[in-house]
Design a protein around this ligand. Structure first.
Ligand code: TYD
Length: 207
């Protein structure tokens, strides 16, 4: 994609994506850039309908159907919002993109990570961000920090912890495979420190 700049934020739930996306947006606006702030699932009217299904539907959704719903949201989002904004030379700051599908749907163990990635790339005509910020956080440590009483996990909690550990390691493998697209930061570091590293990388992209 030419013109503009496309930055996506990835990481586990509660890793601080929204806070950092907000700080980056503020800094870019202050320096006079036009910024479009968006997210997946969602970001468009159709996307919000799909978001409602994937996040709030009670009961199961077959894994392939779920993967297709995220891909459908993504296809519409890129075609109608992301690509036109970039073509106008704007900056798009986005919470979650295809790496979320690979990490989360792949961690469900039913679908193959490469297939999920290919599906998303097909859906978007191969669109990849200029920069993907991965806010990396150990999910067990994050949870322990929140837990006042350090009691052991029950079975369901242990399963959830295992899922989040798989999501985290999938993210780290994606970042290792594409080091020039990814910036991996320790989400436990101070907010201002993380924000400064992101600004530095964005500045270097504009070189
Ligand atoms: P959201 O409400 O955006 O919260 P947050 O990003 O703060 O965690 O939740 C989005 C959820 O959707 C999150 O649990 C990850 C999941 N997700 C997928 O499983 N696949 C995807 O392709 C995307 C974009 C999100």
């Amino acid at each position: 994609m030419t013109g503009g700049l496309w930055v996506t934020f990835e990481g586990g739930d509660g890793s601080g994506k929204t806070t950092q996306a907000g700080l980056l947006e503020e800094w870019l606006r202050e320096s006079g850039r036009t910024v479009v702030r968006t997210r997946e699932p969602g970001g468009t009217e159709v996307g919000n309908l799909i978001r409602d299904i994937v996040l709030h539907h009670r009961g199961d959704i077959a894994p392939r159907a779920e993967a297709l719903l995220y891909a459908a949201d993504r296809a519409h989002h890129v075609a109608t919002l992301v690509r036109p904004s970039l073509e106008r030379g704007e900056v798009v700051i986005q919470d979650r993109y295809l790496d979320s599908s690979v990490a989360y749907q792949g961690a469900g163990r039913v679908l193959d990570a490469d297939e999920i990635r290919r599906l998303s790339l097909w859906a978007t005509g191969g669109a990849l961000p200029d920069l993907t910020v991965l806010l990396d956080l150990d999910p067990v440590a994050a949870r322990r920090r929140l837990d006042a009483d350090d009691k052991p996990f029950d079975r369901l909690e242990a399963e959830k912890a295992d899922f989040h550990a798989r999501v985290r390691s999938a993210y780290l493998s994606l970042a290792a495979a594409e080091p020039s697209r990814f910036l991996v930061l320790d989400a436990a570091a101070p907010i201002a420190e993380i924000a400064a590293e992101i600004r530095d990388r964005v500045t270097s992209l504009w070189g």
